[in-house]
Design a protein around this ligand. Sequence first.
Ligand SMILES: Nc1ncnc2c1ncn2[C@@H]1O[C@H](COP(=O)(O)OP(=O)(O)O)[C@@H](O)[C@H]1O
Ligand SMILES: [Mg+2]
Length: 344
Amino acid sequence: MNETLLSISDLRVYFHSVRGEYKVVDGVNLTVNRNEILGLAGESGCGKSTVIEAVMRLIRPPGYIQAGEIMFRPEGEPAVDLLELDERSLEQIRWKYISYVPQASMNSLNPIMRIETQIADVMKAHSTLTKPEIHERATQVLDIVGLPARVLDAYPHELSGGMKQRAIIAIAMTLSPQLVIADEPTTALDVNVQRAILEAILNIKEETGTTVLFVSHDLAVHAELVDRLAIMYAGKIVEVDTVYNLFKQQTHPYSQRLFSSIPVLGGSRVRQESILGQAPDRLNWPSGCRFHPRCPFAMDKCSQIEPPLVEIETGHHVACHLAYDVATSEIILPTKEGQHEKPA
Ligand SMILES: Nc1ncnc2c1ncn2[C@@H]1O[C@H](COP(=O)(O)OP(=O)(O)O)[C@@H](O)[C@H]1O
Ligand SMILES: [Mg+2]
């Protein structure tokens, strides 16, 4: 199992401006295993969508990929560095191997085309299927996301917001990609509609074995869906673990703060960024650990040395001086109470 499908190493995406370089993504390391749902979380503006756009090679000027490697290892095919591919090779990878549901794409359906035509267009462009085969596949993909076959004949305006979002996900599934990347597909939808989307994504994983990279700023949504969760802060990954472990205990002080701001079920939905305050300046990140100015546990070295992302327990990666002593290479495991102390 645990075979890596996608591995992102030291990815840096910068944006030119007259004021300088905005280091929006600045040294991201992340792996996605085959057949898992990996969640990417972090407050709005931390760089989640930019990471995804780099994977899809959709960064446009003034943005550019300053450094990094994104290895994609499709089943039965040689591994490729997505950052090295030319436009033609990329066209072959998109949809067929990796498909993408962009943020706020719910209203990107063509308003004057029936859903079946929109699914068929993708298939015609990327495969040689016949008309009846296309119809059969279109019915299948709608079923996978929990939509009835009659939706094929519908125009977008005849569908609810949640149905449109599921139709978009269905279109992403038409060519049986090995990886589906969905960026905030549940954001701005009400809780019941969100549930239908989450069920659709779980069903995709269960029925087709497709790997999913799921982006959301909403931890409550991750709790219901993902297998592992990566927490991003200020252009970097600060902690990764199984969603179960992370909800039980967070080691990075930023993760602790993020989790403590989860709105209570049934309570009013407070935007997380307002609780966490303004994120630091992307033109001028704080030195050392970027979280140190906001960290209640900051030590002298936190402003001087950047903490590396280290696997402190199997599958649990943290970038924090409280968890790893860079001078002695010693791992410092947190206690059950979430306190940090050196092991005996
Ligand atoms: N052209 C640009 N120039 C400067 N900054 C940009 C540009 N495009 C995006 N950004 C900044 O990158 C930051 C991260 O954006 P994004 O990846 O969308 O974050 P997230 O998806 O986590 O909310 C945002 O603060 C945004 O303002
Ligand atoms: Mg985003």
